[in-house]
Design a binder for this molecule. Structure first.
Ligand code: TIU
Length: 238
């Protein structure tokens, strides 16, 4: 077992049963001209997540531990887009409309892709999802159970939207989540802090909250993971 200092108490995981979740590190949320900006957000607020998440990705790749990337988005014909989601708020552009990085939150457009710094590599699962939670209308649970994964290290954007939905769904399914505070981010710093506090409150009602440094320090450099990265037929790349 590997034990990582965390709130509300240390997070212990078996390196043969852990996976890294990288949630929605998409250009549409993190770069100018995307969906996040169309909602009126300052997308530069998410950039600080990239460097520490890159170091955690390197760790998982070095160890041969599984990595799963998610992307929020819709079919080009928008048949999987509820009106309730399309019509929400008062954006300058709606989902499916043409922006500087192609159609907003539509699979296959440039904006839907993951930022180049955190791009998936061969052997990593890329999971497309139409909603905020990564388990909703996807085969994530099947993928995790097929590999015997019980513990998740969670990174991604935004903390109080897609990360929060995902870790709550994971908790209800019996997975234990360590959410990395510096590898998650929000357009609203106060929501980031509140969401993290909600996860670890009440004895870890949703999960554990730690940092990338605490995780990196806790993993012995000589530990060779036995859970070799496996290839699935999921699409890899952008
Ligand atoms: N708007 C916002 O904060 N987030 C989203 O719409 N999706 C994700 O969090 N991925």
């Amino acid at each position: 077992m590997i034990t990582v200092p965390a709130d509300p108490f240390p997070f212990a995981f078996d390196p043969d049963h852990v996976a890294l979740l990288c949630i929605d590190f998409q250009r549409d949320f993190m770069e100018a001209g995307g969906f996040g900006e169309s909602l009126g957000n300052d997308v530069s607020r998410l950039r600080s997540t990239i460097e520490p998440t890159g170091r955690v990705l390197d760790l998982f790749r070095r160890q041969g531990w599984p990595v799963i990337h998610t992307r929020e988005g819709h079919r080009p014909d928008l048949t999987d887009l509820f009106a309730a989601k399309r019509d929400r708020g008062n954006p300058t552009l709606r989902i499916g409309e043409e922006g500087p990085m192609g159609r907003l939150l539509v699979r296959g457009s440039a904006g839907h892709g993951i930022v180049p710094e955190l791009a998936p590599v061969e052997g990593e699962v890329v999971l497309d999802k139409p909603g905020k939670g990564s388990f909703y209308a996807t085969d994530l649970e099947t993928i995790l159970r097929a590999r015997g994964i019980t513990s998740l290290v969670v990174t991604g954007v935004t903390t109080e939207v897609c990360v929060q939905s995902t870790v709550r769904e994971a908790n209800d399914r019996g997975f234990e989540s360590l959410i990395l505070a510096d590898c998650t981010g929000s357009y609203f710093p106060e929501f980031h802090q509140s969401a993290l506090a909600m996860f670890s409150a009440q004895g870890g009602i949703v999960g554990w909250v730690g940092t990338s440094d605490a995780l990196l320090d806790a993993v012995p450099t000589a530990t060779a993971g036995t859970a070799a990265a496996t290839t699935t037929d999921e699409e890899v790349g952008q």
